[in-house]
Design a protein around this ligand. Sequence first.
Ligand SMILES: [Fe+2]
Length: 378
Amino acid sequence: MHIPDEEQWRAEGLPLTTPSDEACKMFDATVTQLKKACRVWERILIDHPHDILALRFAYMGYFASGESAQIRDTVCRVLPQWDIKHPLYGYLLGLYSFGLEETNLFDQAEKTAKQALELNRQDSWATHSISHVMEMMGRTREGDTFLSATESDWAPLSHITYHIYWHWALYHIEEGNFESALSMFDSKIAPHFKNCGTWFSMTDATSLLYRLEFEGFNIGDRWNTIYDFCVNRPWEHTWAFEDAHLLMGCSRGKDQEKSKEVLKSLKDFAEHGQGDMKRITSVSVPLLEAIQCYEVEDYAGTINILLPLRYDITQIGGSHAQRDIFNLLLLHAAIRSKDPVHHKIARSLLVERRQLKERSPMVDRLLEKVQAAISAEL
Ligand SMILES: [Fe+2]
């Protein structure tokens, strides 16, 4: 396993703030060689199952790589060796719950998250896991009630607070309450994004506005701030999930030239870059091309790329709920296309979606629209 030290990073032209070889190696492992780094952290956990830092790094490495089963199992493997009286035991349950949710074990995920919350009602990661369960099962009214009732527990002092607000806003979109979703964007998500300016906050903000526009809802000039962020940050291609949102932000800022530059930059990285994200360019490059097609109303182009690619998109990382933006991209391309065959594809995608959720007002309203188009084409 080759890990560049300080001298090699300086030779690459990277400005460094540390003279430490170890820090430089850790930087490289974390940013470009996640899979190998995860193997090292797993090796540490075999001898030291209580090493919470190794566990957390491995966990987030799997999250960034979209390895759902590993998100679950890395916690599962060490959990029996932890005492319930350990102060972090509940935190571990919260981590485990999200892994269960990402592998569609919803009942077990909910039960585990509730156990975590019994130990610590302010465990926001466990709350976040329940938010996912509600989203994936179509229990959005229940999710709305749950987040409302527990807001004073999870909202203060948590790294995940504003992402939970994002989940809450998704419930509003599902229910067709677009004004409520926009209000949550204005009062919570946008101020947080403007304050902290992280990639993670950018993906939440972008995804929410994009979903509102899928529904034909007017969001005014709210793309401006996101556009400024997207064009002014270096395009490092350290997370493919973010690259896709970067392109969306540039496109919705009405700058198709900048959007083309993002794609070109990613293609250059596919040719000359290194590390895990280079391997994933076999998925991320066509995904960004599909988004670009949608942005210029080449809906057939989006469909032709995404239909065969959609089951591979997990590799770009993030959660099922976050990647659902790409399911919706395919669906709305099929709805907006003028080709009658694409309307039948849209109907089949909606049928799939309905099977996965107990209840979905979004599917109901889109299916009605698609069915009307198909009937008119007979
Ligand atoms: Fe989430």
